[in-house]
Design a binder for this molecule. Structure first.
Ligand SMILES: Cc1ncc(COP(=O)(O)O)c(C=O)c1O
Length: 1020
């Protein structure tokens, strides 16, 4: 993309004429973008394709000849990665044409390489990026074998070696935040210039940008690099320049440019080792290329150029540059070093070895009794933590010290590399704008001791800094000491100190080994933490002054671990002070749990904590839960937790004694129902509730016949599988018993009667009547019509208005009772009403409840009329060992309290409406969304392959669910064709949660797999 002059403007008719005259080729011409040449795609009548390149005679002839020769050689030596040159009839590769005005043009014709531009691939998978690295290594080694004497170029602003000059030239046209970013990039370039200019040179491609790289599917249907075009910028430079340029453009638009860069580097290194010095300058060069690109674009715009091709990567390049600039260079470089199998920090190995060989003074006096020293579990899953610990330091502190006392500890240790439950707060945000990872990984060791405990220097050194890092949840008063080792300087950090204890220390003071330097501080002056010392070893201060990160995002943890070696190398505590990530769970689970107990997602998530609408995995990665309607009032709601914990300590027994809780709950629950639904029976699950409801209906009616709906699921017992079409008609199912009849699912989108049919409600309802007629005719007297009020497993279906009342009429006319399964949709989820049947103005005889009732605690219920309850009381006792026990019922009472106090039904209505509006908007712009339906926080998005044929698209639903999970959003798919995404989050779901889902979904729906399936269908 050299910018020497305007591309030539030869008329299409003359190009056509020349192509035929000099090459004997015919066809239609389609202009292609070009920065310097005028390019065309030539399509012959037989469908053959070629690329015609027209250069102006201003182009240095020698350069064009060199370029043409390079293309010819490379095409041979790279097995078709580079397109070949088609010779003219005369046998030459380059033809000069004079037009009628006497202007001269040079013409070349190249082989057309099929494929999609890398720039158009969305997303760029790790495997594809790694393959880009591999192909770059291949290209680099072929180019390295050619004689290195390309003709010189003048004013070659795209040469990476010119990046510094270009950035300098553009400073005056940039606004101030951008100027600051370029100044930083420029300084880095100049600081390292001597390093990389000292590297040997060879011929390089010079412009492997994402518009010059082609991607195709290989035999295994994986997207891989299939072509590299445009040798117009080939010149002599260090070979690592080509890799840096490929990285700069390869990472554009990726979710994490650093990880994308490390994949490309990994691929390169796997094919062709890089020198350490090349790896070390790589990011400087990547940033310089990005800087050069945005500066050229800014200069062009400043000079009035608005050609979109010239400004093509600008916005993405700015964004990528600022994302990279926000990561300490040592960390980003360390990431690339690790991708090449090197230790991230080059001095660490030597320092660690030295630390192991040395003796150090105690930083804090270690108790003689080994049992007085112990680990405090502060990990994400720790039961000592509430997940809201940093909201109330006094309480947190009491709990920590109480735990120490009860364990007989005088010294409590918080581990190195531990993912921490209390770093889930906003203060510990990770990469800018990344909701998935916070800085949860602890890089030091914490020593919990009474405030005032003396802290000693473990080895001699000097005071580097003393600073009060006053922000809440920072270190408070902090000392950093500097020490010498054979590997060079290193530092030790002491955080959360007593302010008065460090007042006399100042930068430069010499410190002896064993010298008292500070005391443990207390909250709030210590950063507002329970009293402890944070001790950390640092090999590189990375430009931080008086402070240094003590926590890292999970994805960078091994890189940070290299820069901050294990503090126990100095502390020498006789304990396992490094956190071990749990492993082998999957295999263990497979060994001891039934194989048909499935796990969600291709790579299962190891969830260990919940809070509100969020779930957290073992490393503290946070996931927005959009599918768990059981955690109705939010995961681990403190009121629910406290209710259960307190009652557990008082009494938990069966319901054969008088107890206030079961009565209070039954009174409150029954008040939520219309008359005559007024009597409650308590069980432990939705399945048990439905089993009980069917027994009651059969006892009351004396019948056996049950009518259910297609796609329905009512529970996991044998009896309920027999009435759950979702199961008996699904995989592993069997024909239902003769006493079950299935009526049509009232699906007005893809069902038998659709929205264009005004009688659909009555037609669907009539099928219920028909089911009972059949049952009766086969000797199964009708007992019950069992259906969800809005259907979940059937694909989040809301029946047409009037359906339920009409269906109930048919059922009652046949002598059956109507059972509303409200296990999924009840308790205000629908926003407009407390119960699903109310949305249809229907009144069932029996209602079954489960999932949300105990917010995750197992409790279910049947609510019915006195008349039916009395008929059920036929002499046989009803008893459930756990049903309605005091713990379960106080928890269920807490759920009702929270629903009311936090106005969660209203929240479901407003947030659900906004979410549905957002989804409707997405449906307008994404053809694969066939239908958006539901109400409140019970919504469904149905994917189809075409809106005309309405063929279900389960692969799109699956893809969307998997990719949203990668972005920290948990969803699931359902429906008989598995093509419906179900959205039924905790009722605490907020407006911004809804916005996030819409945004992220919008982005995934433009992925190639979903959006343009003809383009490419990468599997990874
Ligand atoms: C509509 C419906 N009814 C009943 C059940 C069974 O409830 P449980 O799993 O608590 O036994 C479920 C469970 O998914 C359900 O979705």
């Amino acid at each position: 993309m050299t910018y020497l002059q305007e591309p030539p403007k030869l008329s299409e008719s003359e190009v056509s004429y020349s192509v035929q005259e000099y090459y004997g080729l015919e066809g239609t011409l389609h202009p292609l973008p070009g920065d310097r040449d005028q390019n065309f795609l030539l399509k012959s009548p037989e469908g053959q394709k070629h690329v015609v390149k027209v250069s102006s005679l201003d182009e240095v002839q020698e350069i064009l000849e060199f370029e043409t020769e390079m293309i010819t050689r490379l095409s041979n030596d790279t097995n078709g990665l580079i397109p070949s040159v088609i010779p003219a009839i005369s046998g030459t590769s380059l033809v000069t044409h004079e037009n009628e005005q006497g202007h001269h043009y040079q013409l070349r014709i190249l082989e057309f390489l099929p494929g999609t531009l890398l720039a158009e691939i969305n997303p760029r998978s790790d495997a594809l990026l790694m393959n880009l690295g591999e192909r770059m290594a291949e290209l680099g080694s072929v180019l390295g074998a050619y004689p290195d004497h390309p003709p010189p170029r003048i004013n070659f602003e795209w040469a990476l070696g010119q990046a510094g000059n270009i950035m300098e030239k553009s400073l005056s046209v940039l606004d101030s935040p951008r100027r600051a970013l370029i100044e930083l990039t420029l300084k880095d370039f100049r600081d390292n210039e001597r390093e990389f200019l000292g590297l040997g040179s060879q011929i390089i491609h010079g412009d492997v940008n994402d518009h010059n790289v082609l991607v195709s599917l290989n035999e295994e249907n994986h997207a891989r690099i299939s072509g590299i075009i445009d040798l117009g910028d080939a010149h002599s430079a260090p070979r690592v320049f080509d890799l840096a340029i490929a990285i700069a453009y390869g990472i554009l638009g990726t979710a994490d440019p650093l990880l994308a860069a490390s994949e490309i580097t990994r691929g390169y290194y796997a094919e062709q080792p890089l020198l350490e010095i090349e790896i070390n300058v790589l990011l400087t060069l990547v940033c310089a290329r990005l800087g050069q690109s945005v500066c050229i674009a800014s200069l062009r715009r400043h000079h009035g150029d608005t050609d979109p091709y010239h400004l093509i990567s600008e916005a993405d390049a700015w964004k990528t540059l600022s994302l990279l600039a926000a990561i300490p260079r040592q960390i980003s470089s360390g990431t690339l070093r690790q991708a090449c199998g090197l230790e991230a920090c080059s001095q660490s190995a030597q320092l660690r070895k030295w630390l192991v060989s040395e003796d150090f003074k105690d930083v804090i006096a270690v108790p003689e009794n080994p049992n007085a020293l112990g680990i405090l579990d502060l990990s994400i899953s720790s039961r000592e933590l509430t997940g809201r610990d940093s909201d109330d330091t006094a309480d947190f502190s009491n709990r920590v010290f109480q735990k120490m006392r009860s364990d007989g500890l005088t010294l409590g240790i918080g581990r190195f590399m531990e993912p921490r439950g209390f770093y889930l707060a906003d203060e510990f945000e990770g990469r800018s704008g990344d909701p998935l990872e916070r800085r949860t990984i602890h890089l030091g060791i914490d020593v919990f001791q009474e405030p005032g405990t003396e802290i000693h220097a473990p080895l001699a050194g000097r005071v580097h800094t003393v600073r009060d890092n006053k922000n809440r949840l920072d270190y408070g008063p902090t000392v950093i000491l500097e020490h010498s080792a054979p590997s060079g300087l290193f530092w030790t950090l002491y955080g959360h100190l007593e302010k008065a204890s460090v007042e006399n220390l100042k930068t430069g003071d010499s410190i002896d080994a064993g010298q008292p330097i500070a005391r443990i501080g207390t909250y709030p002056e210590n950063g507002d933490w329970p009293p402890h010392l944070h001790f950390q070893i640092i090999t590189d201060l990375m430009g931080f002054e008086g402070n240094f990160p003590g926590v890292a995002v999970p994805r960078d943890r091994t890189v940070w671990e290299s820069f901050c070696p294990d503090p126990n190398l100095i502390l020498n505590l006789p304990l396992e002070t490094t956190y071990e990530e749990p492993s082998g769970l999957y295999e263990r689970r497979k060994r001891v749990l039934s194989p048909n107990l499935s796990l969600s997602y291709e790579t299962p998530v190891h969830i260990v904590r919940g809070k509100g609408s969020y779930l957290f995995d073992v490393l503290g990665r946070s996931y927005l839960d959009c599918v768990n309607n059981i955690a109705h009032v939010g995961h681990e709601h403190p009121h629910v937790v406290a209710a259960g914990q307190q009652q557990m300590g008082v009494l938990n027994t069966n319901s054969r004694y008088l107890h206030g809780a079961i009565i209070e709950y039954a009174e409150r629950l029954s008040k939520l129902f219309p008359e005559p639904l007024s009597v409650c029976l308590f069980v432990n699950s939705g399945s048990e509730a439905n089993e009980l409801a069917l027994r009651m209906a059969r006892t009351y009616t004396g019948g056996t016949g049950i009518a259910v709906l297609e796609g329905g699921y009512h529970g996991n017992t044998r009896g309920l599988i027999d009435v759950s079409h979702y199961k008996f008609a699904g995989s592993g199912g069997h024909a239902p018993p003769s006493w079950t009849r299935t009526a049509l699912v009232p699906d007005e989108f893809r069902g038998r009667y659709r929205r264009d049919d005004p009688s659909r409600a009555t037609l669907y309802a009539a099928d219920v009547g028909e089911a009972f007629r059949q049952l009766d005719s086969e000797g199964h007297h009708p007992a019950a019509f069992l259906s969800e009020s809005l259907l979940s497993c059937a694909g989040q279906i809301e029946p047409p208005q009037g359906y339920l009342t009409a269906a109930y009429e048919h059922a009652r006319a046949a002598g059956a009772l109507c059972i509303a399964d409200e296990v999924q949709v009840g308790f205000g989820r629908l926003g407009s009403h407390m119960w699903g049947f109310e949305t249809q103005g229907a009144l069932p005889d029996i209602v079954t409840l489960g999932k949300p009732m105990g917010n995750g605690h197992p409790i279910g219920a049947v609510v019915t009329t006195r008349e039916i309850a009395e008929a059920f009381d036929n002499g046989m006792e009803f008893f459930s060992s756990f049903g309605g026990n005091p713990v379960s019922t106080v928890i269920a009472i807490a759920v009702l309290d929270i629903l009311k106090d936090e106005k969660l039904q209203d929240n479901a209505m407003t947030v659900g409406a906004a979410l549905k509006t957002g989804l409707d908007t997405l449906m307008r712009s994404h053809g694969c969304i066939g239908d958006v339906r539901g109400r409140g926080l019970f919504l469904g998005v149905e994917f189809v392959n075409s809106r005309e044929a309405l063929a279900p698209a389960p692969d799109i639903a699956h893809y969307v669910v998997e990719h949203l999970k990668k972005r920290g959003i948990l969803l699931g798919s359902d429906g008989p064709d598995h093509n419906v995404i179900k959205i039924k989050p905790p009722m605490s779901f907020s407006g911004s949660d809804a916005d996030r889902v819409i945004n992220e979904l919008d982005q995934v729906l433009v992925h190639d797999f979903v959006h343009d399936r003809s383009l490419i269908q990468p599997k990874d």
